[in-house]
Design a protein around this ligand. Structure first.
Ligand code: 5GP
Length: 192
């Protein structure tokens, strides 16, 4: 998606260790018009899938997923929580994943009443690196007996292994921007 690639070139900051900072428009300050255009693009890419629910993970996925929902007939957005809380009552699906950016393990939790057999789910997230976050969300869908109709990603770092692994497993995965290389010394970013 050219608009997203242009924005990454303009405002993205390449950090050491293969990390791209996009907090000017994606995951701290949010450009809602760009989010709306991204939602429209996912709707075009997944037009053939019978999606009735969007699943994402807190925090950065929530804004993207809510804007995207407007393009999927206002499908409800469920976001997985990364910590237990007294507000998380009732039965839960839960798994553990490793965070690429925070370099630690944390839980992924979804209340059972918000995901069930018969749901046709589009999983959305801001980044795809090694795929751990997505593996967690897929595993929760499996536990619920829900069907993963597709996976939509804003920025895939193609030089990390997550995207290839998930495509090999047969998932319909669409990334709006796929980075093949980036250089933290020059700031150069190359897209597929
Ligand atoms: P994965 O689980 O695929 O290894 O990493 C995906 C998660 O890590 C995303 O949900 C995102 O929050 C975070 N992440 C991975 N790589 C980056 C990055 O380069 N920049 C930022 N801002 N977040 C990232």
């Amino acid at each position: 998606m050219k608009e997203l690639e242009d924005r990454i070139r303009k405002d993205g900051i390449v950090k050491a260790g293969g990390v791209l900072k996009v907090d000017a428009f994606l995951n701290h300050q949010c450009d809602t018009q760009l989010f709306d255009h991204m939602g429209a693009e996912w709707a075009r890419l997944f037009a053939d899938a019978p999606i009735n629910k969007i699943l994402t993970i807190e925090a950065s996925g929530i804004g993207l997923a809510c804007m995207a929902s407007r393009h999927f007939g206002n499908a409800p957005v469920v976001f997985a929580k990364k910590a237990q809380s007294i507000n998380l009552d009732g039965e839960q699906y839960s798994t553990t994943i490793h965070s690429f950016t925070k370099q630690r393990e944390f839980p992924v939790i979804v209340g059972r009443r918000f995901l069930s057999e018969g749901d046709h789910v589009l999983i959305l997230d801001d980044f795809l690196a090694n795929g751990c976050a997505l593996e967690g969300l897929i595993s929760i869908c499996e536990s619920a007996g829900a069907t993963v109709e597709g996976i939509g990603i804003a920025i895939e770092k193609g030089f990390q292994s997550g995207g290839d692994k998930l495509r090999q497993r047969g998932y319909h995965l669409e990334s709006l921007a796929r980075i093949v290389s980036m250089d933290d010394e020059t700031g150069q970013i190359e897209f597929a």
